[in-house]
Write a new protein. Structure first.
Length: 148
């Protein structure tokens, strides 16, 4: 499997775009982030990192996000708030999202073989080719339950 830098660089070359230093910084920040993120949290993460020499603006992040989506390196995440959130998906195993409807916390849980088997059986029964899937389970996390 290629690393995410190679995948993005190839995507940019095919689309006659440059792999600028700002895009490299954004890409690395995305893949160093193991949580769901929005543009604001990604911007704050980049600004707080002293190792990034170049300045990266919010506008540059907003322009880079669609490129990362089209390159299939990130995907739009399930959301409970008004902001669009993302997660990196390249090289990341399929997982379910447990989303707290009170505090908006997202817990990722690796999907097990049984769940994958059921999903594949449903697709086969319906002669459906799966290209991607998301499992989102909404409820209340243990912290919010204990506060009641």
């Amino acid at each position: 499997m290629k690393d995410y830098n190679s995948v993005f660089e190839e995507y940019l070359q095919v689309n006659n775009l440059k792999f600028t230093e700002q895009r490299k910084i954004i890409l690395n920040a995305v893949f160093n982030n193991h949580n769901h993120f929005c543009v604001d949290t990604l911007f704050e993460q980049i600004q707080s990192n002293d190792s990034f020499q170049e300045y990266v603006s919010r506008a540059t992040i907003y322009r880079t996000i669609p490129l990362l989506l089209e390159a299939n390196l990130i995907k739009v995440s399930e959301k409970l708030s008004d902001k669009e959130t993302y997660e990196h998906c390249y090289g990341h195993p399929k997982h379910a999202h447990l989303m707290c409807t009170i505090c908006n916390r997202i817990i990722e849980e690796d999907e097990d073989r049984l769940m994958n088997k059921v999903i594949n059986q449903i697709a086969k029964k319906n002669k459906f080719k799966i290209t991607d899937f998301n499992i989102c389970i909404k409820g209340e996390c243990c912290d919010c339950q204990s506060k009641k």
